[in-house]
Structures are given as C-alpha cells and as structure tokens.
Design a protein around this ligand. Structure first.
Ligand code: IPE
Ligand code: IPE
Ligand code: MG
Length: 225
C-alpha cells in the first residue's frame, strides 16, 4: 500500500456553486471554506503529513475587486477565529506564493499564523496565496543566477516556495475542469492526478476517502517497472 505524504488540491468551483444556489459567487466561497475544514480533518485522520491548498493564484487578480476583497476577508477572519483550532490540532501553517504584494496588515497576520504554529508537528498545511508556478520558477532562477554556478535539479527544488516539502503524491482538482492553471508544475511531475466533477463546496469527506483509497492501490512506476 502506498503511503501518502502530500496531497495538493486545486479547490475549484465555488463561484459556480454560488450561482447554482441562486446566490452570489461569494456565497460559494463562504461555503467552500466548510469543505476546507472537512478536508483538513480527514487529512489528519489519514495521517497525511502535508496538505497544499490552492486558495488564490497570481492570475486571480483579474477578478472583480469585490470578489478579491471578499476572499481575503474570508481568509483573515478564518485565521483570526480558527488559529487556536489549528494549534489544538497540532497543525503547522505555511504560506506558499509571493507575499510581497500583500498589505502590511495581511503580511503580519500571515507571518504571525506561521510563527505560532511553527513548532507543531502534525499536519502541515501549505496555503497557496498569490501563488503561480511561473512566478515561483522565475523567483527561484533569479536567486540561482546570482550564485553563478551550474544549476542542478535539486538547486531549482531548493529555491522553490516548497523547498524541503516532498512532492505531492496526489493532486486533486474539483470543479469539472481538466487543467492545471499554473499550479505546482514542477512538483507534480509524478503525482497521481484526480479531476473531480463536483464543485468544491459539494466535495465531501466520502469523495476524498474514495480518492485516497484509489491511490493506496495504485502502482506507481516513476519510469521503472
Ligand atoms: C474557487 O473557485 C477558486 C478560487 C479562486 C478561490 P472559483 O472561484 O474559481 O469558482 P468557479 O470556478 O468560478 O466556479
Ligand atoms: C485555480 O482556479 C485557482 C484556484 C483554485 C485558487 P481558477 O478558477 O482561477 O482557474 P481557471 O482560471 O479556471 O483556470
Ligand atoms: Mg474556477
């Protein structure tokens, strides 16, 4: 049986879910947060070490200001209200993505959340915020060219936001779309990919467990036999 170290999720479909319920896209985002909580709990139950959640991409700035504001307010409120729950659950929080663009207030909320969960050694949640793989790679390359040395694979890996984190074993994308949207294109080189039709707010613990069970039984070759 395969061991699961790392699950990465492209949580897609909140907006469409909101419309489906004859409400707003933002209503869908709020409901999506409930799915996040369920999936965190189920990841802990399955002793998964790393859970990476794609929450906001470098391309999502193209969305209406009102929606962007709602998403970041939701994030701030979550970190404010739930940080004690994260500590209690022994969760370590890490932000991946380019934080430079954020307001000082948000930067300090994020770094405080990382700091106070730093010593936890249960599930590590990598929250991808203003994350895009092309930006991540360019940042990594710009650090490396300064060293003026020949570059090896491990040098690239060690300069990505995900340094020291094993590559995802599983990548899940909900929302009935089969694309990667600039998410962890290096790290998912050998991940088992699951494209799920359900919209993120409808994704359940049962759906998640089904994926984990399929993965446990999958023969992984990594190019070998
Ligand atoms: C959530 O789903 C992803 C985020 C950017 C937070 P969407 O907001 O992309 O929802 P759809 O795909 O438009 O339905
Ligand atoms: C990917 O979803 C980004 C997140 C889940 C945060 P999008 O909804 O932004 O992807 P596209 O634009 O449909 O490719
Ligand atoms: Mg979408």
């Amino acid at each position: 049986m395969n061991k699961i170290n790392h699950v990465a999720i492209i949580m897609d479909g909140n907006g469409r879910w909101g419309y489906k319920k004859k409400k707003s896209r933002n209503y869908g985002h709020r409901e999506g947060l409930n799915t996040v909580k369920k999936i965190i709990d189920e990841s802990i139950n399955n002793k998964i070490k790393y859970l990476t959640l794609f929450a906001f991409s470098t391309e999502n700035w193209k969305r209406p200001k009102k929606e962007i504001k709602y998403l970041f307010n939701l994030l701030e409120a979550f970190l404010h209200k739930k940080i004690n729950d994260l500590i209690e659950k022994n969760i370590k929080l890490k932000i991946i993505g380019n934080k430079k663009i954020f307001s000082n207030k948000l930067k300090s909320i994020l770094s405080n959340s990382e700091r106070i969960t730093k010593k936890n050694n249960g599930l590590q949640i990598n929250l991808a915020l203003n994350y895009g793989f092309k930006e991540e790679l360019v940042t990594s390359v710009n650090k490396l060219i300064k060293t003026k040395k020949k570059v090896f694979e491990k040098d690239i890996s060690n300069n990505l936001y995900t340094f020291n984190i094993p590559d995802p074993d599983i990548l899940i994308r909900t929302g009935n779309t089969k694309r990667l949207s600039n998410f962890m294109l290096w790290q998912i080189a050998y991940s088992e990919i699951f494209f799920i039709k359900k919209l993120w707010p409808d994704f359940s613990k049962k759906d998640y467990k089904k994926i984990l069970n399929t993965y446990y039984k999958t023969k992984r070759n990594f190019g070998g036999l």
